[in-house]
Ligand binder design. Structure first.
Ligand code: KG4
Ligand code: ZN
Length: 341
């Protein structure tokens, strides 16, 4: 009860999230998703997402307060995603957070969405160790981070040069006529496939690429390789073995993600790793990360799937860390930054 009650608001993509946290204790995690409204377009439509946030914001705030059994007047600080993300979508969350900060007379903190994906693990596994490596894989981001202090010292070791891992899942799913979002559909059909049936390329793993992009990722070449492979089958009038393609594609993505993450841990002498973001729901990624962690002597922390996908609790968790670190609040002129590093 001594620790401040922090409200977190998330609206960077297609989930409207409101979370309530005290320290590293989760009190409420209310999420409204517009994913179904985007499904027929095969991807998130920014204008549709912004409107959905507008409609969902107040009801989601009410749900979070009900869930935690608190009133908005009990809130001590307000954290909000200020970037990265879709500009119009971010604006809705930031406007709501400012309105609350003014009307309740409480401090406002703009925080980084990607760092929130790491901070959320504290709600499940307690405070982070003094140093850890984070692999973040979602529909919008693929990052390797060195985290010395979640509130103030996060270093980006690498990121994707083109598509995010989740985006690659979504695009390959579309190419295989599987429903959106692609990650879960590919995961489902891959179960019956042979992961070694087709050797798809592992982006940025050649000796030459490693010199400049040791911790960076690239998935567009892999997507193209899958497209070419499927086209060749169709041109030959042969049936496409969807399960084998899905399993082989999934294997390529998970292999390169975990290979680079454990290489970075080894190189930096880091023995704790957090794997987060929506793609962490992938069964093969979890399995491969666990196997490689065991072999490398790395302690692996993976938040439960519900906390891996976008939510407000992750923003509240990071907000709580920032408040605890005694950082200055953001001003009411807090701006959204869609390409925040
Ligand atoms: O973190 P998230 O909910 O939203 C973003 O911040 O992007 O991640 C959504 C992404 C989507 O691209 C979706 O296809 C992917 O996570 N995803 C998966 C799985 N479940 C969701 N990717 C692979 N395997 C899954 N089981
Ligand atoms: Zn995210």
């Amino acid at each position: 009860k001594d620790e401040p009650l922090v409200l977190g608001i998330e609206s960077s993509c297609d989930e409207t999230g409101v979370g309530l946290v005290r320290g590293t204790t989760l009190l409420a995690d209310a999420v409204a998703s517009s994913v179904e409204e985007h499904a027929r377009f095969g991807g998130v439509v920014p204008e549709v997402a912004s409107r959905a946030h507008l409609e969902a914001m107040v009801p989601t705030l009410e749900r979070a307060c009900d869930e935690a059994g608190v009133s908005l007047w009990d809130v001590d600080a307000i954290a909000v995603t200020s970037g990265p993300g879709l500009a119009g979508a971010l604006l809705v969350g930031v406007a709501a957070a400012k309105a609350l900060a003014v009307s309740l007379g409480k401090p406002l903190y703009g925080v980084n969405h990607v760092v929130g994906h790491v901070a959320v693990d504290q709600l499940e596994h307690g405070p982070l160790p003094p140093e850890c490596l984070a692999l973040l894989v979602s529909g919008g981001h693929t990052n390797l981070l060195r985290v010395a202090d979640i509130a103030s010292d996060v270093e980006e070791l690498g990121g994707t040069l083109d598509d995010a891992a989740g985006e690659a899942f979504d695009k390959v799913a579309r190419l295989l006529d599987l429903p959106y979002p692609g990650g879960p559909s590919i995961d489902a059909v891959a179960v019956d496939g042979d992961p070694s049936a087709i050797r798809f390329p592992r982006g940025l793993t050649s000796q030459r690429d490693l010199e400049r992009h040791r911790y960076d990722f690239s998935f567009s070449g892999l997507k193209t390789a899958v497209a070419r492979w499927v086209e060749a089958k169709e041109a030959a009038g042969e049936p496409v073995p969807v399960a084998d393609v899905a399993a082989s594609f999934r294997e390529a993505v998970c292999d390169v993600l975990t290979r680079k993450a454990f290489d970075a841990a080894k190189q930096h002498g880091i023995t704790d790793m957090v794997v987060g973001g929506g793609v962490t729901a992938n069964a093969r990624l979890r399995e491969m990360a666990a196997t490689r962690a065991e072999a490398a002597g790395v302690r692996l922390r993976t938040p439960r799937p519900r906390l891996c996908t976008d939510n407000g609790a992750m923003i509240a968790a990071l907000g709580a860390a920032v408040v605890a670190a005694g950082q200055e609040p953001s001003g009411l002129d807090l701006a959204v930054d869609s390409s925040l590093p």
